[in-house]
Design a protein around this ligand. Structure first.
Ligand code: AMP
Length: 191
């Protein structure tokens, strides 16, 4: 299964991704994680990306696309993967379709973790992580609404979107995630 998890910052994607990779036995491809690792390692890509990340802005596509493309080439991605944080824009979604098509692959399903903006802000204030500057956080939510939310329509038109309620306990949300995966598996068998 090739699944994309989409949700605004603070929606609880990290928790659900961990459970999902255990369920599906596929690698977790988080572009945020890859970028943070590149920043820590001080690679040229990391140095370039850091300036954007600290501002809550999206890192330029050439960096992101190169990173994802190299990762998708790896052997462990042959039977599937869980994409987290990518694609984040319509051009990235189109690029992903091309990357997969070249390998005779496709996206099986997209899960949207829906959480209202006021709840995201409330959670952020409650958790107060060091990197949670309220202004940067607000920019990341706005970037999600303007640049990433249009993807939901893109995948809905392909019949690949499962929008699930991101409110509740991690267990409750995961049972919704599992139900969505079940629907993707049935749809894949019909193709
Ligand atoms: P995340 O951990 O997914 O919230 O990502 C952290 C930061 O990395 C984001 O705020 C962006 O600056 C950058 N980033 C992660 N994924 C992407 C992407 N697909 N396109 C552009 N920038 C990204």
């Amino acid at each position: 299964m090739r699944i994309i998890l989409i949700g605004p910052p603070g929606a609880g994607k990290g928790t659900q991704c961990q459970r999902l990779v255990d369920l599906l036995h596929v690698p977790h491809l988080s572009t945020g994680e890859m970028l943070r690792a590149a920043v820590r390692a001080g690679t040229p890509e990391g140095l370039q990306a850091a300036a954007y990340m600290t501002q809550g802005q999206l890192v330029p596509d050439p960096i992101i696309v190169g990173m994802v493309s190299r990762r998708l080439e790896m052997e462990d991605c042959r039977n599937g993967c869980l994409l987290d944080g990518f694609p984040r824009t319509l051009p990235q979604a189109a690029t992903l379709d091309e990357l997969l098509e070249r390998r005779a692959m496709s996206v099986d399903g997209v899960i949207e973790l829906a959480v209202p903006r006021d709840e995201l802000v409330r959670r952020m204030l409650a958790r107060k992580r060091e990197d949670d500057d309220p202004e940067v956080f607000a920019k990341r939510i706005t970037s999600f609404e303007l640049q990433t939310a249009p993807l939901l329509d893109y995948y809905a038109r392909q019949g690949k979107l499962a929008s699930i309620d991101g409110l509740g306990t991690a267990e409750e949300i995961f049972s919704r995630v599992q139900a969505a995966v079940g629907r993707f598996e049935r749809a894949a068998r019909r193709r």
